[in-house]
Design a protein around this ligand. Structure first.
Ligand SMILES: C[S@@+](CC[C@H](N)C(=O)[O-])C[C@H]1O[C@@H](n2cnc3c(N)ncnc32)[C@H](O)[C@@H]1O
Length: 319
């Protein structure tokens, strides 16, 4: 039986469904299905807003009794452990049976349990005819502390989208040089720094840059913020994230948007753009092709949606 090392479970609001799938595609080279994904790629759940947990598989079997003897054979000795049952799609195991199974596993591990302050959490789950046992790593939501950043901005993007943009840009490679091309107060940069990505930022507005630096240093992150029009940035990046000023026809004109996209296209071959209107035509004009697209609506705001465009330089283009 071919089994992956890790089982990821996902959770997201209905408005973020498409983004959750898009993010998983760029982290794992495949999309989550039924809020689950099996992979050999190891990522920290807290690097994404949508990954609820990762199970590091220790034992698996089609037969529950074999699983229990395999766990016993592991000779696990640990103080203060906890065991959880993960209910996956299609698992019809009754609650009382689940509790019994957790007890079986408890008796297969040497040491005392601690359900309040566990030193390690194990989990049991069943999916498509196979029982799995392993160590459970949860999204510890430590990044929620960014909500207390000293400077905020009414046009700031939400942290969930910010994290997804970083993951789509980085493609599971922390070394990739990323630019937050319209960084505002640095919401995207905060999430990138938290996850250990290599990012720099730039913004045309001096006060906003000052606020982004203040936010970054508040959390002891050291990422460079350039006070600059994107057109004056000459360093090259492996990907640039552009959270465009909106609205297209009010605070930023069509030509402002073109100017930003065309300038960023000069310094990278990959763009991840956030807009509030259809900018397909403007992207094609830069000689980039749209490789992926998704929309994220806002609860309670029927007329507002953020559109996320993943663009790559068209190899046939002379631009
Ligand atoms: C929607 S806001 C970005 C918000 C940011 N993602 C955040 O969460 O704080 C767009 C930003 O683009 C900046 N901007 C507009 N034109 C620019 C240009 N030509 N070069 C660089 N930044 C620009 C604006 O100053 C504004 O801060």
């Amino acid at each position: 039986m071919q089994i992956n090392k890790y089982i990821y479970s996902f959770n997201c609001d209905i408005t973020e469904r498409e983004l959750c799938k898009l993010e998983s595609k760029y982290i794992f080279n495949k999309e989550e299905q039924n809020k689950l994904l099996f992979s050999d790629i190891k990522v920290e759940p807290s690097g994404s807003a949508f990954i609820k947990s990762r199970l590091d598989v220790i034992s698996f079997s089609e037969h529950y009794s074999t699983l229990i003897s395999d766990i016993k054979n592991e000779n696990i000795r640990v103080e203060g452990f906890k065991i959880e049952y993960l209910v996956f799609d299609g698992d019809r195991t009754e609650y009382s049976d689940r509790l019994r199974k957790l007890r079986d596993i408890g008796f297969s591990i040497e040491g005392d349990t601690d359900y309040y302050y566990p030193t390690i959490t194990y989990a049991l789950c069943y999916y498509e005819g196979v029982w799995y046992f392993g160590v459970l790593i949860k999204n510890d939501i430590a990044w929620h502390r960014h909500r207390q950043k000293p400077c905020s901005f009414s046009n700031s993007i939400g942290a969930n989208i910010a994290k997804a943009l970083v993951n789509i840009a980085a493609e599971a490679n922390k070394e990739k040089k990323l630019l937050d091309a319209c960084c505002g107060v640095g919401t995207i940069m905060l999430e990138a720094c938290f996850a250990g990505n290599n990012i720099e930022g730039c913004d045309i507005n001096e006060k906003t840059c000052h606020n982004a630096r203040k936010n970054l240093s508040h959390f002891n992150y050291t990422a460079h913020v350039y006070h600059s029009d994107i057109k004056d940035i000459s360093r090259r990046y492996e990907a640039a994230i552009i959270d465009l000023p909106y609205n297209l026809f009010t605070s930023a004109t069509d030509s402002d948007i073109s100017h930003i996209i065309e300038s960023a296209a000069e310094i990278t071959d990959r763009l991840i753009i956030v807009s509030t209107s259809d900018i397909k035509g403007l992207i094609h004009k830069t000689g980039f092709k749209i490789s992926d697209y998704c929309s994220v609506s806002k609860r309670g705001k029927v007329n507002f949606a953020r559109k996320i465009w993943v663009c790559e330089k068209n190899e046939c283009s002379e631009n």
